[in-house]
Write a protein that binds this ligand. Structure first.
Ligand code: NAD
Ligand code: NA
Length: 397
């Protein structure tokens, strides 16, 4: 079928198989251009492996360290006349490239929050890899069914305490407007967000993997967090999602103790703000990212997901000395948070309007990145040509 982008708000309803493959190939090329990572990972489980930071982590491990990878994700394959999700096509493309390079790569498509998928992953590790030495936890989801109680939790993206008013942009039209987001009224909204995006499921994964004996001596696990500038604190770090991130970060000491007898270690890495399917859903944040991109590109320090994850692996996780902040976190948001960068973004933030946004921000870059997530707007892809919406790979179950 011929596949064109169809959007509804911050969601793109269609994805392009060849475009997604192009996105994956570009990331692989970047990782290869950086050379092999010293003493990098060898056998890796990536939970949330199909898009965003998780996909970039998988590519960094495979093509930066020749690692065998198992990816877990929740995606939809295409059906006759209806394209699948971008994460499906990304994973199909990743596996083809990995196999062509002689690398082990298999995937499990299903609900990572469930006990069943954890069991499936453990069986696959036992059968094919024996033990793994890195577990990347990169889930982003709006909901979770608790595996023990069966309870359904939905996360919310809201401030806590007071209403939050600030500027926001509709990135399709470039219209900048004022938005007021009312705070949560129920404690349960905070608790539910923590249940979905906090550390409990990461803990369950590591507990199960350890109990099954599939974690190698010296294994590492890493999960991803975000802090960002003060202007987004009310909606992000001090909002409901921030409480979940506090909970995620608070899981590290427990996991370190759990992994102690294996000489294993757990980390949270604070990553840069980037255009992903998840971040485009957060109000105010896309406007911040558009201004941030402008400033960081002008300074020559812009990074995308793959640049971030390659640097995380090469210069942090597998460096001789893992440098942590005062709270014990890895920081690859160091360039985003640089004082000169933040000062310039703040200045632009005060000035930005519908009239000047195209010139003082990188809204065009934001949009391109957004469409690239779904395989669109790559120069070398013919979007008027027929695509195979049924693209499949045997090793994705
Ligand atoms: P993303 O939406 O691109 O990726 C989410 C992944 O989770 C996908 O692979 C998806 O298939 C998988 N997933 C979702 N629900 C699942 C389920 N029930 N079972 C199995 N897989 C499931 O998101 P992202 O932006 O890459 O986020 C990954 C992590 O990075 C999150 O913790 C996020 O908070 C964090 N982070 C994001 C940013 C940013 O700006 N995007 C910045 C810092 C940290
Ligand atoms: Na991810």
């Amino acid at each position: 079928m011929i596949i064109q982008p169809r959007t509804r708000g911050f969601i793109c309803l269609t994805s392009h198989p060849e475009g997604c493959a192009e996105n994956v190939r570009k990331q692989i090329e970047y990782v290869k251009s950086k050379g092999l990572i010293n003493n990098g990972p060898k056998k890796v489980l990536v939970i949330g492996a199909s898009t965003g930071f998780g996909l970039a982590s998988r590519i960094s491990a495979a093509f930066g360290s020749n690692a065998a990878t198992i990816g877990v994700f929740f995606e939809k394959p295409g059906t006759e006349g209806r394209p699948g999700t971008a994460g499906w096509y990304n994973s199909a493309a990743f596996e083809k490239e990995a196999h062509a390079a002689g690398l082990y790569a298999k995937s499990i498509n299903g609900d990572a929050f469930s006990d069943e998928i954890k069991k499936e992953a453990i069986e696959l590790i036992k059968k094919d890899l024996g033990q793994i030495d890195l577990v990347v936890y990169s889930l982003a989801s709006p909901r979770r069914t608790h595996p023990k109680s069966g309870e359904n939790f939905a996360s919310v993206l809201k401030p806590i305490g007071e209403p939050f008013s600030n500027k926001t942009v509709d990135f399709h039209t470039g219209v900048v407007s004022d938005i007021t987001i009312n705070p949560v009224t129920e404690q349960s909204d905070i608790d539910n967000t923590i249940a979905v995006m906090g550390g409990e499921d990461w803990k369950f994964w590591i507990e199960d993997l350890k109990a099954a004996g599939v974690l190698a001596q010296g294994c590492k696990t890493v999960a991803y967090s975000y802090i960002g500038p003060e202007l987004t604190y009310p909606i992000y770090r001090n909002g409901t999602i921030g409480m979940a991130k506090n909970d995620l970060e608070g899981t590290v000491p427990y996991l370190n103790e759990l992994l102690g007898d294996l000489n294993g270690v757990s980390y949270v890495s604070v990553n840069k703000a980037l255009v992903t399917q998840s971040s485009s859903a957060i109000p105010v944040v896309p406007l911040y990212i558009s201004l941030l991109y402008k400033v960081m590109k002008e300074k020559g320090i812009h990074e995308g997901c793959v640049e971030q994850m390659q640097r995380l692996f090469a210069d942090r996780l597998y460096a001789d000395n893992v440098v942590l902040d005062s709270e014990g976190r890895i920081r690859v948001d160091d360039l985003e948070m640089r004082e000169d960068v933040q000062a310039e973004v703040a200045e632009l933030w005060n000035k930005v309007t519908t009239e000047n946004i195209e010139s003082i921000s990188d809204l065009a870059g934001y949009r391109r990145d957004f469409f690239n997530l779904f395989g669109f707007e790559f120069d070398n892809i013919d979007y008027n040509a027929e695509s195979d919406e049924l693209t499949s790979v045997e090793s994705i179950k």
